[in-house]
Structure formats: C-alpha cells, structure tokens
Ligand binder design. Structure first.
Ligand code: KG4
Length: 352
C-alpha cells in the first residue's frame, strides 16, 4: 500500500490531504479563501498567492495530525504544478519540493486537470476509457480518459468556462459570490421556460462549447426587468439560465458519447468533475443523458468536486503506481493542457 500527501494551491483553496492506494482518505483539509476575495466578487491572484504562503504550512501540519501520520510514513509528495494562478501554484509546488528534498521522498507534479479526471476512481470503480466532462470556474472540456496520463480532448469552450458563466450571471444579478451555488439556490423556485435564452453550439458538428452569448442574453433579459427585480424574476432568470446550460451539456455530451463509439473507443461511463459538477440539477440532467445512451453517470461526491487536496493526492497515487515521479527542478506552469496533441481552438481567449 502507498500513502501520498497531496497539496493544492492553484486557485483560492489552500488544501492538503493524505490518501492511500487502498482508496482511503486519511485526512483532507481545505481552507477556502472566499472571504478574502468576496469584496472583489472574484479571485484576486496576488491575494490568493499571499494567503497560500500564510496558511499552507499549518494546513499540512493539521493534515498529518488528523491522519495520525508522520512525513516518514508518506511514500510520495504530490502537488499541483499547473495549470492555475501561477503565484499560488509556485507556493504549493515549492513547499512540496522542500518536503521532498528534506525527507528524500519522491515528488509528483500533478496537472490540475488530471486531478479531477482521476478522482472518480478514488470513490468508484470506473475502468478506462471513460468520458470526462470537466466543468469548473476555469475550464470546460470533454475528454476521453484512456489511462493515467493518456487524455484525448474532444471538445473545449471557445470563450467562457461554465463556472465562469455561473459566476458572471450571479454577479450581474447581484446574488453574491461564489456564483454557482447562489444561482442554483435561486433557480430552485423558478420557471425555466419564462425567458427565451439561447443554447449556444447546440447541434454543431463538433464537441466544443461557448457560453459568452448566453451570459449576454441573461444581461439583456435582466435589463428588461423592472428595477429592482422581484425574487420571482430572479428565480425565473436563474432557472432559465441553468436550463440553457443543461440543454447545451446534454447535446455536447451525447454527441461525444456517439463519437467515441464511432471511433471504436466506447466509454465505460460518463464522469463529471470540477466545481460545477456539484450542481444537483445538472447532475440529474447528465444522468438522464448518459442513461439514455446506456451508460452510467458517475460523479465524485460534491465535496470532492471543488478544489481539494484529496484529488491531488489520489492523482499522485495513480501516477506513483504507474511509475511516474518528477525531478525537483520541474517548473510550475500557468498553462498545461492535458492533451498536448489536441487541435488549437479557433478563437483567442480560449481556456487551455
Ligand atoms: O473546480 P473549482 O472549485 O475551481 C476551479 O475553477 O478550478 O470550481 C469552481 C467553480 C466556480 O465557478 C463555482 O461558481 C462553480 O464551480 N460551482 C458551481 C456550483 N458549485 C460551484 N456551479 C454551479 N452550481 C453549483 N452548485
């Protein structure tokens, strides 16, 4: 059995966890910086990096204490090495390097997109290849996960990520930060059919996404409402937005499942990961989508969907078992696509 310490600092969560190859999470400590960023209604990279410096050592200590382990019991030290806000990534990776150097344990540099891609195998039995819908604040991609380190990108957003669209919708409706959970809560009592919102990219002959037009349509619908809008107006608009996102995800994912079957790589499951995968309505919709094509839909528990150390530790376990460790001079990377062979996207401003 191997035991891996995982460190995550690529955005606004300072997190560390200890996970075993027997799929046991011995400790998983997450410190959210949300309060520090709330006044700006978004993550401020400089504030995030400083907060990681202040908190990380204490979080690792707490994590070891909760797990009842010592660094000597750990077999490898994994940290997110990108992609992400570079200041934060450097803090976590440098700490991991220092611990690896001091203890003589191997270092594992984890891709922040690989961590959620593999986390599902920590909590469920999912065989390769599986189709992954990765939906977070910075990313929106469909990937075929063929093995550890083997990813085929089938589609990606050409502008905003889904979580970004949720956050911007929440911001323009003044619902608070972070936007995703606020939009989901507000949408609960809404009528999704009242506003006629677009379904960008639906029916297109590829597996890409676009959300900036939907966000603009929400803005236009909101500006046509009496000010301030009533609670029912807000609920209806959020429900309409969420339904539009659900329809687009359904269309793109169905196409991807069929595409994989056509090329002779039928997926064993649809897996959804990333912060937006915590959304219950979208989870329900995507379960229906997968089941209609005879596939199970599997998502990690909501607490493992948003950034955390357990996913980094687990990706570390999988890489360690596959014999992948990294040199101590490996660099932090702001951009690091999972599939370096994927075709470049057609527009500027794309998310890697
Ligand atoms: O994966 P994550 O924690 O961080 C990165 O983006 O790397 O994802 C955060 C994103 C935010 O945009 C947040 O608004 C969104 O996930 N999110 C949600 C929900 N919970 C978090 N979006 C929709 N519904 C939710 N319940």
């Amino acid at each position: 059995m191997s035991i891996v310490l995982g460190i995550e600092t690529s955005c606004d969560e300072t997190a560390a966890a200890i996970v075993t190859s027997d799929r046991e999470i011995l400790a998983n400590v997450v410190h959210s910086q949300i309060d520090a960023h709330r006044p700006y209604a978004g993550v401020v990279p400089e504030i995030a990096a400083r907060a990681h410096v202040e908190k990380l050592d204490g979080i690792i200590e707490r994590c070891l204490a909760e797990a009842g382990t010592d660094l000597r019991d750990v077999d490898a030290i994994a940290a997110t090495a990108g992609p992400g806000l570079i200041g934060g990534v450097i803090v976590g990776l440098t700490t991991a390097k220092a611990l690896a150097m001091a203890t003589g344990k191997p270092l594992i540099a984890v891709n922040h997109l690989e961590a959620p891609a593999l986390t599902v195998r920590l909590t469920a039995d999912v065989a390769f290849p599986f189709l992954l819908l990765l939906v977070s604040g910075g990313h929106c991609q469909i990937l075929l996960v063929e093995g550890v380190g083997r990813y085929r990108r089938l589609g990606s957003t050409i502008d905003d990520a889904v979580g970004e669209a949720f956050d911007k919708t929440a911001k323009l409706l003044d619902l608070g930060f972070p936007g995703g959970p606020a939009v989901e809560r507000t949408a609960a009592d809404g009528d999704p059919t009242r506003f006629d919102l677009p379904r960008p990219m639906r029916g297109r002959d590829n597996m890409d996404f676009s959300f900036s037009g939907l966000k603009t349509a929400v803005r236009q619908a909101a500006s046509g409402l009496p000010q301030p809008p009533s609670e029912q107006d807000l609920a209806d608009l959020c429900a309409g937005f969420q339904a539009a996102v659900a329809d687009v995800l359904h269309d793109r994912v169905s196409r991807a499942i069929n595409h994989c079957r056509t090329i002779g790589l039928p997926p064993t499951a649809l897996v959804i990961a990333g912060g937006v995968a915590a959304n219950r309505m979208l989870r329900g919709q995507l379960t229906t989508t997968a089941n209609a094509l005879d596939l199970p839909m599997i998502a990690p528990p909501p607490a493992l969907c948003t950034d955390n150390g357990a996913m980094v530790a687990w990706a570390g376990v999988e890489r360690f078992q596959a014999g992948h460790t990294d040199p101590l001079d490996i660099a932090a990377r702001a951009r690091w696509p999972l599939d370096p062979d994927a075709e470049p996207l057609p527009f500027a401003g794309v998310k890697a």
